[in-house]
Design a protein around this ligand. Structure first.
Ligand code: 13P
Length: 288
């Protein structure tokens, strides 16, 4: 059964580790992440962007696929199905479809409007026992056509949103979606420490997990980050493994063109990436 992300993230914050959110794109992605979480005995959050939601034929299709896998693959670790960077309408659709968690990205609204919309969603999510992520300050880079300049969050605004009763809070701290440019200035630990100081127990979320150096991840966790989002890194490892298979001409040997064979190296590559991240984030054996 899908669970809210609340309990797993409160435990992570208290235990000074982070739970990974891994974005899904299709059946192979979902199965690879769920099986790895089970093998690692780790809680996990499956992230779905609105674009990926459309790609996978809508939110109810995704809920059906994920619930089916939990049962058929005997997944017993805590799993949350979470809308990533949702609009207000997108959140309502996912709540209706059976997701267990949503993110309302109101970071592009003036703070008053972000507060008003987040307040409404807190009420609905509480009634349904779902978790809600809010965002203050924007995450840089491009994701599904939404381009963020990446401004650092104002700690007082973070407190205002945290006090509304959201489950977890994403604060822009110089992080960027996708690959980091060579001249990236790094995370603003000053902003993170100030946000943590103001928001106390609130689990903080680090978006743009791809390509952040290991020591930076560890320091961010020590400063209150309890959820880390990873998307591009799984895409890169899938693409790399698939390219190697094709370049080695394996699709031309025997039944190598069968999608179950063609997609297998990419599937294994996602598993390896997810395992590596769970070890780095410290969530291994934290499933109960
Ligand atoms: P990356 O694609 O940079 O890993 O970011 C993922 C993310 O933050 C999803 O919200």
């Amino acid at each position: 059964m899908l669970v809210s992300a609340k309990e797993m993230l409160q435990k992570a914050k208290a235990g000074k580790y982070a739970v990974g959110q891994f974005n899904i794109n299709n059946l192979e992605w979902t199965k690879a992440i769920l099986l790895t979480a089970q093998e690692m005995n780790s809680p996990v959050i499956l992230g779905v962007s609105e674009g990926a939601g459309k790609y996978m034929a809508g939110y109810t299709t995704i809920v059906g696929m994920v619930n089916g896998m939990l049962k058929e693959l005997n997944i017993t670790v805590p799993v949350a199905l979470h809308l990533d960077h949702g609009s207000y309408e997108g959140c309502l659709k996912c709540i209706e479809a059976g997701f267990s968690s949503v993110m309302f990205d109101g970071s592009h609204y003036p703070i008053d409007e972000n507060v008003a919309k987040t307040t409404e969603l807190v009420k609905i999510c509480n009634e349904k026992g779902m978790s809600l992520e809010a965002e203050v300050g924007s995450i840089g880079g491009e994701e599904d056509g939404v381009v963020g300049a990446g401004e650092c969050a104002d700690p007082d605004e973070c407190k205002a949103i945290a006090d509304l009763g959201v489950t977890m809070l994403a604060a822009g701290i110089g992080n960027i979606h996708g690959k980091y440019p060579a001249n990236w200035a790094g995370l603003s630990f000053e902003t993170l420490a100030a946000v943590q100081e103001k928001t106390g127990e609130m689990p903080l979320v680090l978006h743009g997990g791809t390509g952040i150096p290991e020591d930076t991840i560890k320091k961010a966790i020590s400063l209150g980050v309890a959820k880390i989002n990873v998307n591009t890194e799984c895409q890169l490892s899938f693409a790399d493994a698939t390219r190697k298979y094709i370049e080695a001409g394996k699709d031309l040997e025997g039944k190598g063109f069968d999608p179950r064979k063609l997609l297998a190296p990419g599937f294994e590559a996602i598993k390896a990436t997810v395992k590596e991240k769970m070890e780095l984030f410290g969530s291994v054996n934290k499933a109960c």
